[in-house]
Design a protein around this ligand. Sequence first.
Ligand code: ADP
Length: 626
Amino acid sequence: MTLRVYQPDFDWFRRNRLLIAVSLLCVVFGAAIVVGSAVWARDQAQNAVRERSVSTLNLVIENLRGELSKFIYMPKVLSSLESLAPALATPSDPAAVRLLADELDQIANISGAKAIHLVDRNGHAVATSGADPMAATHAFAEEPYFRDALQGRLGRYFSVGARSRERSYFFAHPVRTGKTIAGVIVIQLELDNLEPLWFSANSEILVVDENGIVFLSSRPEWRSRSLSPLSEDTRTRLADRYQQQTFAPLPFVDGLQDGFARIEPAVISSSTRGGDTTTGVDFLVYEREMPDSGWRVLILSNANGVRRQVAISALVSASILVIFMLVAANIYQRRRRMIERMAIQDTARHELETRVLERTQILTETNVKLCDEIDERHRAERELKTAQVELVQASKLAALGQMAAGLSHELNQPLAAIRSYADNAATFLDRTELAPARSNLLGIGELTERMARIIKNLRTYARNEQVPARPVPLPDTINEALSLLEGRLTKDAVTVSIDLPDHLPPVMGGEVRFQQVFINLFTNAIDAMADSPRKHINVRVVTDTGGVQVSVEDSGPGVPSEVLENVFDPFYSTKTVGEGMGLGLSITYGIVRQFGGTITVSNASTGGAVFTLTLPLAAISDEAAE
Ligand code: ADP
C-alpha cells in the first residue's frame, strides 16, 4: 500500500484567484444581506409587536382607571351621609346601626362595591354593608388607608384578606362632624373581574404595586409574586398586606431586563400557551406607570412571532441569494465551458487549416507529378501511335509479301492471256478477219482493266491512311478486301458468302483501316481452315440500334477456349515463326476501338471461329463527336 501525501494545488489557487476573490466577496456580501434582512425583519416585527402591545397596554390602563374612577369619589360622597354621624356617636344603638348597615348594603349593591364599612376613630367597624363577620372584628386601625383617611386624605390601598385571602382594593375617606374627624368610611372593591378580560394567547398583563409585587395578572399563578427578588425588610413589611411570608420572583431567566424577558422552560411546558420547551419563551416587555395609584402595568408580548419573522426573512433572503449564486455559478460555468469550447474549436480549426495547407501542398506536388506523368503518358501515347502506325504498315507490307505469290499469279495469268489474245488478234488481222481480231482485243481490254483494279487495290492497301474518321460504305470495303485476297481464296479453294441487309447505312471509320481489318480476319480464317475439309467464310451484316454488327464465321477448328482471351494480345500467335507475328488481331482490335467500335471472338456451334464487330453508324457517331 502506498501512502499518499496530500499536496495542495497552489497553481489552481493562483489560476483561479479572481474566481476565489469574487466568491469570497459574494459570500461576505450575501452574509451581509442575510443579516441585514434579518435585522430589518426583526425591527419590523418588533415595531408591530410594540404598536400592538402599547395599544393593549393603553386599553388595560383605561380599563383599570375606569374601574377605579367609578369609586374614587364615592367615599367622599358617602362621608356626607347624615346617618353616619349618629351611628358614630351612638354605636351601641343597634337599631340605628342596623338601619345604616341596610342603607350601606343598598348602596354597595347598586354601585357594585364589594363592601362599605363605617369605622370609628379607633379602627372598629361600626356598620358594614351585608353581614360580613370579618368586618366586625377587623382592626382597621393598622390599615394604611385608614390612617391616611384619619389624616384627612383619601386613602387608597390594595391588600389580601387575612382569612378569605381575597384581593381587595380599598378607598377610605374621613367622616367629619363639624371640624373633627369622627370616623372613616371605607369602600372595598373587587378587581378580579378585570383579569379575564386580559387573557390573550400572545401576551401576559401584569399590574404591579410600588414594591414590584404582582397583584393583578392574566396568569393567576403569577399573582402575589415579585418582579425581582425582595429584601428581607420588604418581605416582612409586605407579609401582612399579601398574607404570605415568601414572595417568589416571577419565573424569568436572568430576570427582567431592557424590555426583554425569557420565561423558564418548565413554566412554559406546563402552560397551554405553547413555545419552546427547552429554552423557554421570549417576551418583549413594555410598561406604563399609573402615577395616581403608584402602580405599573406591564405587558409581556410573545416574541416567537418576531423570531419566526427573523427566521423566515433570513431563510427567504438566504434562499434568494443561494438561487442567485447558483444561477450566477451556472452562467459562469456555461460561459467558461463556452470559452473552453471556443478555444478547442480554435485549436481544431487551426489544426484543420494546417492540415489543409499540408494536404494542399502535397496535392499540389502530386498534381505537378500527375501533370508530368500525363505529359509522359501523352508522349508515350504519341510514340505508341507512331509505333502502331509503323506496325500496321509493317504488317501490311508483310501481308503484301505474303500476297505477292498469289498476286503474281493473279497478274501472270491475265498477262499470259493478254499475250495469247494479242497473238490471236495479230493472226486474225493478218487474215483480215476483223471480227475475231476485235473480240480478242476486247478480251485484252477486259483483262487489263482487271489488272488495273488489282493494282489499284494494292496501292490503296499499301497507303498509310492518316485521314480522320468519315462515313465508310461497309460492303465496298469487304469486297475490296476479298478482291485483294482473291488469289489466296482461289488457291486454297475457299468459298465466301456475304449476307447484307437492304439499305445498309455507312459506318464511321477509315476505308483503308477497315479494309485491313477484314483482310486480317479473312487471312486468319483462311489460315485456320488450311486442314479443314470444308473451307467456307460467312460474312453477316445486321443493323441494330447501337450500330452495325458484322460477324465473320469460318468453318475451321475455331479458337481453343483457353486462348479465347489472348487472341487480341500483341505478339500472341500459334503460327510458326515466319508465318505469323501475332499482330494481326491486336492491330484489328486497335483499329475497331479507335473508331468507337468493339470486337469479340467466340466459337460457333458448328466449331468455327466467329469474330463479331460492332461499328457505330455514321450519323450516331457524328452526334457523339459533336
Ligand atoms: P497471327 O495470325 O500472326 O498469328 P493474329 O493476331 O492475327 O496473329 O492471330 C493470333 C492467333 O489467333 C493466331 O495465331 C491463331 O492462333 C488465332 N486465330 C486467329 N484467327 C483464327 C481463326 N479464324 N480460327 C482459329 N484461330 C484463329
